[in-house]
Design a binder for this molecule. Structure first.
Ligand SMILES: [Zn+2]
Length: 286
């Protein structure tokens, strides 16, 4: 039977920017990879020249996701259709249709939707964001919490739904390359920039990103899949298509992106050291 991986992230682009090479690698190895994308990314700012291409930002972002899904070879995409919440403390957080609002007011409904995807896909391995949602985006934090709760409930026979229970075997958070980030932090300070006010709207606290990074337990080799990573990222043209990384010289990228790290949440590691090179290590696929 095929091994199955379910990735639970928040926006059309999180899959490509964050995990494009890893997804391409597992698809190439015959793993069925599924993507649960919680929101439509409709709060994403887009270049003015792209504004008339689609009737709405939502449709543009979903079309970009479709492009990336084709490049990466997802078996299926589950778009839950919540509205994007914007950054933390923005006025959009109060929109009742957004994921952050929904998760604050009726978390059990969000969790149920994730459980249902888990029971449909029956993944052996589940991947989501770390507890800080990578860089503190409320949608990332909401889907991380809902995914972790759903991971424990999906296999619980007492948790009623029309779908049969399914217990995934492993849960991971995407880890951050902390030594590289610490280097960037040092560079920012050197250039007189405030790392707590980064991003276009100065609403990303880069120091907090580094402070909230979690230990790496799995180091997965991705170096052979950088091209697929670029191609999938390029689909998200409205979001910069992967930014400056794709323009780094190939030798530097091969050096920086030999491996990607993951934090193993279930089963809990005995110590915080790298002890795997495959998310499916020890998995019994049935
Ligand atoms: Zn995102």
């Amino acid at each position: 039977m095929a091994k199955r991986l379910l990735i639970c992230y928040a926006h059309p682009d999180d899959e490509s920017f964050g995990s494009g090479a890893m997804i391409a690698k597992y698809v190439a190895e015959g793993v069925e990879v599924y993507y649960l994308c919680a929101t439509d990314g409709d709060r994403g700012t887009i270049p003015t020249e792209m504004a008339n291409l689609y009737p709405s930002v939502r449709e543009l972002r979903l079309a970009e996701l479709e492009c990336a899904a084709r490049v990466l070879g997802f078996k299926q995409v589950f778009a839950l259709g919540y509205k994007d919440s914007g950054m933390m403390n923005s006025e959009h957080n109060a929109d009742p249709a957004c994921l952050w609002y929904q998760y604050q007011h009726c978390p059990q409904d969000v969790v149920r939707r994730v459980v249902e995807v888990m029971r449909r896909v029956r993944p052996h391995v589940v991947l989501t964001f770390n507890k800080y949602g990578g860089y503190g985006h409320p949608d990332h934090i909401a889907i991380q919490r809902a995914t972790e709760q759903a991971f424990h409930l999906a296999g619980d026979a007492q948790y009623a739904s029309s779908l049969s229970p399914w217990k995934p075997q492993k849960l991971y958070y995407g880890a951050l390359p902390t030594s590289f980030l610490r280097f960037l932090l040092w560079m920012l300070r050197l250039r007189g920039k405030d790392p707590r006010k980064m991003g276009v709207n100065q609403d990303i606290d880069f120091q907090a990103v580094v402070d909230n990074a979690e230990p790496v337990h799995a180091r997965v080799k991705i170096v052979g899949f950088l091209k697929a990573w670029d191609e999938a990222s390029a689909c998200h043209k409205s979001q910069g298509g992967g930014g400056t990384m794709a323009r780094f010289p190939a030798w530097l990228r091969r050096l920086l992106y030999r491996h990607q790290g993951f934090t193993r949440v279930v089963p809990r590691p005995l110590s915080d050291a790298v002890d795997e090179n495959d998310l499916f290590a020890g998995v019994i696929a049935d």
